[in-house]
Design a protein around this ligand. Structure first.
Ligand code: EPU
Length: 333
């Protein structure tokens, strides 16, 4: 039988801490419970990428599965991690045991089970670089599967889990980490570390950059980057760069060009701008924050205002990176 918490204040269950409620929160801490998950339940990890904008009618399934198993082979570490484990704690634990590769992904809030959903990434690394397979409960067919990395269809902040969220429940992730460590220091601020560089140097630097730029959700409620960095065609970049020669841009594996949404919002002088209790962070324009009194409407109004401004100035459409949940389910901007 699942643990059920009735009539729950959702501000404790998501890092943006909007004052909303669910009729029921169900705690999933054992695989034997999978068969009894209500069909309409919304699956939640740590709530660091989800905003509950209104009271919700459907139950919330809070994934709290725990366990880490490490196996060593000649050239690789194979690490099986249950979905409810904390991501940053995993990064630190592996680092302390001499298992390196995740340094660039330090301090990303959230759970291990949420990491593949939006293919978390930072400073030149994406979690999909290390995922061998993902264990899932298929809610459609009521059965368990192992999905290979290829089957997950990972790309920038995207995967099959993000495309079809009501179908898949991730129960654990299998990482395959080469023992031969390769530093990833191509990101601007990591280049300054110079060579040779150690995993500890990168870990320390990433923690320093994130601490300086990004608000700590335990102090200032937020959900990290609110928008995705938009992908545009090279032809559109050509036109933009004539008008905005200093605009940062990056090539992506698909051949499209990734623009920096934070730079565009900053260019429009929206850092620190607020509507009601929702604001743009004053050090990283891609992050929206809850000043303490934000409502779901404040957040939507602010996000749509930014979207409009960026569209008018640059002709680029910003999409939400976070999940926005209304009373009846997921909504888009
Ligand atoms: N920029 C500004 N002003 C700002 C913000 C950014 O000018 O207010 C410029 C920066 O100077 C830089 C460029 O925009 O030239 C990109 O900024 P930054 O390196 O800070 O990264 P980002 O593109 O804004 C992405 C991820 C972050 C991740 C960083 C580092 C997305 C949506 N966000 O942000 O992820 O930590 O790169 O790799 O891809 C998250 O997903 O929650 C998150 C924080």
């Amino acid at each position: 039988m699942n643990d059920v918490i009735e009539s729950k204040n959702l501000s404790y269950f998501h890092s943006f801490r909007l004052p909303t409620e669910a009729k029921q929160v169900i705690v999933l801490d054992d695989l034997s419970q999978l068969n009894s998950i209500p069909g309409q339940a919304y699956i939640l990890g740590a709530g660091s990428n989800t905003l509950f904008l209104e009271n919700v009618e459907f139950p919330i399934l809070h994934v709290c599965l725990k366990g880490i198993e490490i196996h060593e082979s000649l050239d690789f570490w194979r690490v099986d991690v249950a979905a409810g484990e904390n991501w940053h704690e995993l990064v630190c634990k592996l680092h302390a045991q001499g298992i390196f590769g995740f340094e660039n992904l330090a301090l990303i809030p959230g759970t291990v089970g949420a990491a593949p959903v939006q293919n978390i990434g930072a400073y030149g690394r994406e979690v999909s670089d290390f995922i061998e397979s993902v264990e899932v409960w298929d809610r459609q067919n009521q059965s368990r599967y192992t999905l290979t990395n290829d089957a997950c269809d990972f790309s920038y902040r995207d995967s099959i889990f993000k495309q079809n969220p009501s179908r898949w429940l991730i129960t654990s992730v299998r990482f395959n980490i080469p023992k031969k460590w390769r530093a990833e220091v191509s990101y601007g601020e990591l280049k300054s570390l110079g060579l040779p560089v150690t995993p500890a140097d990168i870990l320390e630097k990433v923690i320093a950059i994130r601490t300086a730029k990004l608000p700590d959700p335990a102090i200032v409620p937020n959900a990290g980057s609110f928008f995705k960095n938009p992908l545009v065609e090279p032809s559109q970049l050509k036109q933009l760069i004539v008008r905005y020669p200093e605009m940062p841009h990056f090539t992506s594996p698909s051949g499209k060009i990734k623009l920096a949404a934070g730079w565009m919002i900053d260019y429009l002088r929206l850092k620190g701008y607020s509507i009601g209790g929702a604001g743009v962070h004053d050090k990283q324009a891609l992050v929206l924050i809850n000043n303490g009194s934000a409502t779901g409407n404040d957040v939507l109004n602010l996000a749509r205002y930014i979207q409009d401004k960026v569209n008018v100035e640059f002709g680029v459409n910003l999409e939400a990176e976070v999940r926005l949940i209304g009373g009846q389910g997921m909504i888009s901007l």
